[in-house]
Design a protein around this ligand. Structure first.
Ligand SMILES: [Zn+2]
Ligand SMILES: [Zn+2]
Length: 198
């Protein structure tokens, strides 16, 4: 199938961000967070910065709810797409970084659930950063590997499991249960607990 081959080839075109570029992005992200803590008198909360985002978005901010020893643990995370960011580095450097930090800031001030993702609260933070608050970038994504199928996150007593939509649907129809090989506990759906904005 020549068409398939061509697609695979173009998927190799864009290289992900180098370690050096990633460091630059992390530094810039931290600088915006620091600026925000001064501007809004925030007590900044721990946030992870990762480069594991796949698909069509340059960035995402999310809160993962993990199992703590006693309470449910909130983990904040800013995720960047290492391919799109690499292909359009300058643009993402000046817009995606403040964009995601602004989500983080509005989450801390208002809580993600209480506001629109790109509403006036978020726009006000972007304005304070002096950043472009237009939301849609029309990137040509050729050469960017796209997500092949969506995975669903499940949790047992010891770890997270990524299940395909086929398995997820079987569970939803109550026709199957899946067990962890390690701790032998039933896998429970976890995604619905998490909150994310792009
Ligand atoms: Zn387990
Ligand atoms: Zn956004």
């Amino acid at each position: 199938m020549p068409e398939q081959q061509q697609m695979d080839q173009s998927a190799q075109d864009v290289l992900p961000l180098s370690a050096e570029q990633q460091q630059k992005v992390v530094n810039k992200t931290r600088a915006y967070i620091e600026q925000a803590s001064e501007l809004f008198n925030l007590k900044d909360k721990a946030v992870e910065i990762s480069f594991n985002l796949k698909g069509r978005c340059s960035g995402m901010y999310r809160i993962k709810y993990g199992k703590g020893r006693i309470f449910i643990r909130k983990q904040r995370e800013i995720r960047y797409n290492p391919y799109i960011f690499s292909k359009y580095f300058e643009d993402n450097y000046t817009t995606t970084i403040p964009h995601e930090v602004a989500h983080y800031v509005t989450d801390i001030i208002y809580g993600l659930k209480n506001i629109k993702p790109h509403g006036r609260e978020w726009k006000a933070v972007m304005h304070a950063f002096g950043a472009d608050a237009s939301v849609t970038a029309n990137y040509d994504l050729s050469g960017i590997p796209l997500k092949k199928q969506s995975l669903f996150t499940y949790q047992c007593d010891c770890r997270e499991h990524q299940l395909t939509s086929i398995r997820h649907n079987k569970i939803k129809k109550r026709r199957y249960q899946y067990y962890c090989n390690v701790c032998k506990q039933t896998l429970k759906f976890k995604n619905e607990l998490n909150e994310a904005v792009t």
